[in-house]
Structure formats: C-alpha cells, structure tokens
Design a protein around this ligand. Structure first.
Ligand code: 2PG
Ligand code: MG
Length: 403
C-alpha cells in the first residue's frame, strides 16, 4: 500500500492570486494520482503568523523548492501526512517556515493530502475528516474597508450569514443581501463613488455607524422577503486601526474601554451574532471582557490574536478570551498544525470558523477542510469566482453527503 502512495515527482510554479499578486502552486505525484494546490495571501496579517514568502517573494519560494524541496520529498510515503509536514519543517530549518515561506509549505502539505485522497478515490473532506463531517453555514463579507480597500469603513468587514435549509439557499440569500446593500449605498451616496474591495464587499467613504445601519436594515428586509433568517457579524481587524492605546476610526477615536462597550453593544443592542478581532491582537483581557459580557448571545472569534497556533489558542482558553477561533492554514503552514489548532479549540467547546484570505486563488481546498473540521461557518465572501470556487464546491459536497 505504502508504495502506491510514494511521492514519485513534484513540481511548483508561480501563478497569480485574485489581487494579481504572485503566489505559489504545487503538484505532488504518486504512482497513480496527483494533488495540486495554490496558496492565498492575506493583507491584514497577524503579527505571529508565518510569513507567506521569504525575502524575494514567490520567486524565492520557487527557488527554494527547486533547490531544497523537490529532491528531499521524493520517495516519501504521502500517507504519512504528519511525517510529511514534519519533514517540511526540517527542510525549512527555521521555527516558522521563514526559509521557504508559509505559502509554499501550505501548498505542499495540501497537495500531499489531495494526492492521497485522489489515489484512494475519495474526496479530500472524507480523507481528512473521516465519517464525522458536516457542512458549515456561509459567512459572507458585504461591506468593508480596512486593509482590503482604499476608501472604505474603518472596520474591515461587515458580514452576513443566512440560515437556509440548504447551503445553496444560504449563499443565494447572502448574495441577495449583498445586492440590496449595493442598491442602498447607491441611493444614499447618489453620484459619490462606490466600489468593491479585495473580497468583493462594497466599499464606500461612509462611517462605520452608517455601514452598521445599512447592513442591519438590508439583512432585516431580506429576512422578511426570503423567509430565511440572515444574521449579521463583523471582523473589526482591530489591530489595523489601533494606535497608541486608542482605536482610531474615520471620524472619532475610542479608548480601550469604549471599544469594549462599542463591541458589546453591537451584540446586545444591534443584534450582531458574531464579532471577530474586536480588540487588538495582544489584548487577551479585552477580548475576555467582551466574551464575558456577551455570554451565549455572541460568537467571539479570534483571528490575529491566535493566528491558528495551538499554543496561543490554549492561552485564549485559559484567559476565556473568546469562544471561537478563526482557522487559516497558511497562518501556520501545514495541515497537521491546523488540525491541532482545530482539536485544541474543539476540546474546549469552542467553535471554529474556517476562513479564506483576502487574496485568493480558485483552489477549493477550503471547502473540503471546512467539512472535515466541522467548522460552524466558512468565511469566503459572497460573490466573485475565487470565492465561489469554495461556496459552489460546498453545494456539491452537500449533495454528496445527502444523496
Ligand atoms: C481576515 C482575512 C480574511 P486577510 O482578516 O480575517 O478576511 O483578511 O486575508 O487580509 O488577513
Ligand atoms: Mg480577520
């Protein structure tokens, strides 16, 4: 059996992501199968996440692959995913994949798993997740700004999550809300410019308060028209506007305590169901205050604060900083480390929310991992080919699981 899954060849190349930036793609071959994966990249990155590329960018990663990786992984048994991921760490030789870059380690790790799943003739979600799998709800970005656009809200993302009977119904309703918001912005701003950001959320030079009004209004209207409940959430990406102990918004500035009150009020007074990174990434205690005050009413998700690292998630569990974790494979660089993060969170009773990056490719591995990890939600935009690559694959996976 092992021989059937021996790595007999591998290949890497540079391709473009949805922002038009270079990224890496990799193919791994076993005697009877192939796995291919390409890597996304973030713009609002956490301080502790592995860097996507070494100095020199995607070209330096490719050079590293050709000189150091290709020969070293030849002959390795791809069935041993843990061993393969450990080998990648050894070849890299640094603590955090800074020699090859987290994007190269990620695509090698995922391509290895895909090669095995393809060789076994089973979907990736089944190979990684076994029998206990489930389809998440979609979480789609509808209005945004921060580091994902040039002239949008201070808060990075306002998101919606419809609870349809099927995944298809949910993403259809999410996209109806996206459309409705576009109409509302047009109406309000008349001839001022409206655009879309990196994740295809609307961007406009409006205050965060106005964005909150528009998104909650649109969600309410679409809920009553479609009879599908639409929930509203937000990724503050608060580190990106934290300066000298203060949270600096477009038109005003908040102290740490005021920021906590503002975040809590979104859940308690404005009906938000989810907040991601409401405080800057080092503030485990500020996160904990929000989580305590909102209790069971809110999903408080940590992204930049944990960067998918089991050790930081453990710290968050100890401090009761949140009740959910955002999962991004290329923040840690391997499938094995990502699985560890998911397991640590699950053991504490936390939810996991799997996430795209702002710069995406059309690789759909995220859809499969969301099912394998039994994620509560998958954050992957509402429209746009690179986002729909994941969402439409989940329509197919649900069909597969229910037929
Ligand atoms: C985030 C992500 C995805 P980026 O902050 O959650 O929306 O952004 O990929 O730029 O880190
Ligand atoms: Mg985030």
């Amino acid at each position: 059996m092992a021989d059937d899954f021996e790595i007999v060849a591998s290949n890497a190349r540079i391709v473009l992501d949805s922002r038009g930036n270079q990224t890496v793609e990799c193919d791994i071959f076993t005697p009877y199968s192939m796995g291919r994966s390409s890597a996304p990249s973030g713009a609002s990155t956490g301080k502790t996440e592995v860097a996507a590329f070494p100095k020199g960018g995607a070209a330096a990663s490719l050079e590293f692959f050709n000189s150091k990786v290709r020969r070293s992984i030849n002959g390795f048994n791809a069935l041993d995913q843990k061993g393969f991921d450990a080998l990648l760490g050894e070849i890299d030789g640094t603590e955090n994949f800074s020699a090859m870059g987290g994007n190269l380690s990620t695509v090698l790790s995922i391509a290895c798993a895909k090669a095995v799943a393809n060789g076994m003739g089973i979907p990736l979600y089944r190979y990684v997740g076994g029998m206990g799998v489930s389809v998440p709800d979609p979480l789609g970005n509808v209005i945004g700004g921060g580091k994902h656009s040039r002239n949008g809200t201070t808060i990075q993302e306002f998101m919606v999550s419809a609870q349809g009977k099927t995944f298809l119904e949910s993403i259809t309703v999410n996209s109806l809300v996206h459309k409705r918001i576009g109409e509302k912005l047009q109406e309000k701003l008349k001839d001022q410019s409206i655009g879309v950001g990196d994740e295809r959320a609307w961007t406009a030079p409006i205050s965060d308060d106005l964005a909150i009004d528009i998104v909650t209004e649109a969600a309410k209207e679409v809920t009553s028209e479609s009879k599908v409940n639409v929930r509203v959430g937000s990724d503050f990406a608060a580190t990106s506007f934290y300066n000298n102990g203060k949270y600096v918004y477009r038109n005003h500035t908040l102290s740490k305590d005021d920021q906590i009150d503002f975040a809590v009020s979104l859940i308690k007074d404005r009906g938000f169901f989810l907040l991601e990174d409401p405080m800057e990434e080092g503030d485990f205690d500020g996160f904990a205050s929000i989580t305590e005050s909102t209790g069971k009413r809110g999903i408080i998700v940590g992204d930049d604060i944990y960067t998918t690292k089991a050790s930081l998630i453990r710290k968050g569990i100890e401090k009761k900083s949140s009740n959910a974790v955002l999962i991004k494979v290329n923040q840690v660089g391997t499938l094995t480390s990502t699985l560890e993060a998911v397991e640590v969170a699950r053991a504490a009773g936390w939810k996991n929310v799997i996430s795209h990056r702002s710069g995406e490719t059309t690789d759909d591995f995220l859809a499969h991992l969301s099912v394998a990890f039994r994620s509560s939600l998958i954050k992957s935009g509402t429209i746009g080919g690179e986002r729909l690559a994941k969402l439409n694959e989940l329509v197919r996976i649900q069909e597969d699981l229910t037929s």
